[in-house]
Design a protein around this ligand. Structure first.
Ligand SMILES: Nc1ncnc2c1ncn2[C@@H]1O[C@H](COP(=O)(O)OP(=O)(O)OP(=O)(O)O)[C@@H](O)[C@H]1O
Ligand SMILES: [Mg+2]
Length: 298
């Protein structure tokens, strides 16, 4: 049963961070409760209308991939029942499918991006320099073209308001240390290759994706945050892919196309969305969940 939640309200739990989409609460010293709301951001602005059930679908997609890749890479999930950590009086059904209890890890200070296609900031950098994150690419690539092999293109974790910047591997080593940077690179490419193959079998191209990693008190590395969701990844329906163009994004294209018809300057507050745009966007997330994870929602 889908629920709608614009913003979590958990009296007694310490709110550590409210992101554009997720709310993060501290559970003592060593655990977090991460709640995926139904907020939708477009052009970096959170819109006033929730997409009903979106947070649940994102959380289920992440959980699917954490489970599927557990033998490739340890992850931050604890398996602790969400209901058991909610304050008394809170409707557990609102949070059951959209929240996870995780280990609280020390974030590795780089964004771990894998790219199998040249698009987005990678395409911009390539056009300017022939390189992405210091990696020289073949001449003559066209927009959205598949790369000879997936590449690791770390970026900085920008402060709020700034944009992440692609960095070369040597800079990643300076930020994270050689040992961690190498482990992160290897895990990122391994996870991307695995997930891209899985998605391809389901008619979806995983063009690129961003992972976040963290370490525990012993220094062991885990994949954390959200994983392989449409928010952290560029998924393209394979049948809409064409080299030389920017293929439509799986989830946000409908909203972006609608917003482009308005006279809105892309600064807050964002405009309200028509019911039809909300429903078509919801259906896109449901389709992603169904196609990637085989989980059906009405
Ligand atoms: N296991 C973990 N331990 C410690 N920090 C974590 C863990 N998992 C995720 N995080 C952190 O939680 C935060 C999630 O908030 P974030 O601002 O990314 O939310 P969001 O909804 O994705 O918004 P945005 O669209 O701005 O990215 C990130 O800073 C991430 O590094
Ligand atoms: Mg985030």
């Amino acid at each position: 049963m889908a629920t709608t939640l614009l913003s979590s309200d958990l009296p007694g739990l310490a709110l550590r961070h409210r992101g554009k989409v997720r709310d993060v609460f501290d559970l003592g010293d060593d655990k977090l409760l991460i709640v995926a709301s139904d907020r939708l951001s477009a052009f970096d602005v959170v819109l006033p209308d929730p997409i009903p059930g979106k947070g649940e679908m994102l959380c289920q997609i992440s959980n699917f991939w954490f489970g599927k890749t557990a033998s490739l890479m340890p992850n931050h999930l604890t398996g602790i029942d969400v209901a058991s950590v909610l304050p008394e009086g809170v409707d557990a059904a609102l949070y059951a499918q959209r929240a996870v209890v995780t280990k609280k890890l020390k974030p590795v200070p780089i964004e771990a991006i894998a790219r199998g296609y040249v698009i987005g900031s990678g395409w911009k950098d390539y056009q300017r320099t022939g390189r992405v994150s210091g990696i020289a690419l073949p001449d003559g690539l066209r927009q959205a073209e598949q790369l000879p092999e997936p590449i690791f293109t770390p970026s900085t974790k920008a402060a709020v308001g700034d944009h992440d910047e692609n960095i070369d591997f040597d800079t990643a080593v300076k930020l994270a240390g050689a040992d961690l940077a190498e482990q992160v690179r290897d895990a990122t490419l391994r996870l991307y290759t695995f997930a891209a193959a899985h998605a391809a079998e389901r008619g979806i191209i995983l063009a690129d994706t961003k992972f976040e990693f963290g370490t525990d008190e012993t220094g062991r590395l885990y994949v954390m945050d959200e994983m392989l969701t449409p928010d952290s990844s560029r998924y393209w329906p394979a049948d809409e892919y064409a080299v030389g163009t920017s293929p439509p994004s799986y989830d946000k294209q409908i909203v972006r196309d609608y917003l482009e018809t308005l006279d809105w300057d892309k600064t807050p507050p964002g405009p309200r969305l028509p019911a039809e745009v909300i429903e078509r966007t919801r259906a896109r997330y449901a389709e992603a969940l169904q196609r990637l994870a085989g989980i059906h929602v009405d």
